[in-house]
Design a protein around this ligand. Sequence first.
Ligand code: 9NP
Length: 232
Amino acid sequence: KEKVEITKEQQALMKIITDAYNRHQIPQDVAKKLLQDQYSAEENFLLLTEMATSQVQVLVEFTKNIPGFLSLDREDQIALLKGSAVEAMFLRSAQVFSRKMPSGHTEVLEERIRKSGISEEFITPMFNFYKSIGELHMVQEEQALLTTVTILTPDRPYVKDQQAVERLQETMLDVLRKLCVLQHPQEPQYFARLLGRLTELRTLSHYHTEMLVSWRMNDHKFTPLLCEIWDV
Ligand SMILES: O=C(NC1CCCCC1)[C@H](C1CCCCC1)n1c(-c2ccc(-c3nnn[nH]3)cc2)nc2ccccc21
């Protein structure tokens, strides 16, 4: 049985990424807001676009802290951000949903999201994803590295130097793999399960444009940044 060991460099890399991930959190907590009051579909949609806009800004700041990201071709940096923004949003939403809350709060939050205005057909796949993320009980280092691996996906549209992105992603995957073995020794398949969630995430993100237009309301307004990132 080979001894899995995280090197000093990998330890330093993990600290940089986890600190950046925790530092670049959304200012106000959307879950708290949703638990406080019930809002109309219009108010919920506005809340979503506000949260998503600030999350994109936070994502840009976070990527600047990924060692090697700023050395990539600048247009490739943009392509990676644009290509991963929706997945990063659903991943962050899943982590918000899976956070430990006082008893009964998760059920209220789920109800508020179910009734928020999203069309029924997307509610099931979205919550299936949220619950499958919750079941993993990821530590914050795993959450930060999983988001980093998602951002560093080489086959996003318009990425020119895929090899450079692949090399970076492999560096992160190696740390994540070791971390999973050390954090979940009883579950040798944990790392594979974790990567399986990224496939589910990509599928969920394919629905995203349809999800947006299917909100039960007339006029869907977006911020300029979201028009750029969400292709709406
Ligand atoms: O604000 C939110 N998510 C932010 C979390 C932090 C990162 C940036 C996004 C939304 C809420 C908006 C207001 C109405 C209820 C949902 N949200 C979602 C969610 C719901 C539908 C779409 C979507 N996309 N396209 N159509 N609908 C996206 C995300 N899942 C959540 C799980 C836990 C907590 C909040 C959650």
